[in-house]
Design a protein around this ligand. Sequence first.
Ligand code: ZN
Length: 262
Amino acid sequence: MGDGHTVQETLTLVYRLQTMDVEVLRLTTEMQEAQESVDVGRKNLESLEKQLVSFLKEIDDLETRHRQMESELKETERMLAEGKKRQKELKHARDIQAYLAEMEFRRDEKDRFEEEILKNLESQEQLKKKVSETEHALERERAPFEALAKEKSAQNEERSRRIEAIHQERIDVESSFPSDLLRTYNRLRASHKNGMVVARLLEGTCEACRMNLPPKSVTEVKKRQRIITCLFCQRWLYLPERTSERVAVSEGVGASGESAKR
Ligand SMILES: [Zn+2]
């Protein structure tokens, strides 16, 4: 690579570094998106599981209440039956009145318990339906979620490996970078959209902003005597060589690219 000080060498280096940085940014974004889609799926399952637990708890409470009412109903029925036996022994009008009032109260109680028991059983029935629906939903969604999570995790591991490979390669490229150029690159990278500092000149058009450049600029870029910036987006215009250099730049990012500059 020499000392990297000719315009073309400088631009080639910067472009190479930028290609790596853009790729890392793309991979990082993809990793985040993959993780988010897994999180959404997991939250959905967790919410179904929570619902299931809550339905089962409600059923449990209803069953407890049902048992209570059954025993209270039995007790009321027993008292009603006993009352009937007692009825014949009553002589005084006042006792008979009290007896009738009590019996009426017991019968109301009995009706109330029976009604509540019926409602309780209906509620249990509805909840059991919900439990079954939720269990089916869980069954339906768990396998696809696990497949998705596994796939996304494998893809992200691959992305991590590529990022690590690029990181290693970037250390190599940086070492051949003049330090003032590296500072300029990093500063411009922060100020340009998508971190693009260098744009290829493709058939007279700036790769970044897609504007056609005047012939004078194109001629200047082709001379490769100084860095020409795009009139429209201020990026450095770069004309790749039509040699293996170009291949090395575009393919050098992958895991196999580390030998290109040694
Ligand atoms: Zn431009």
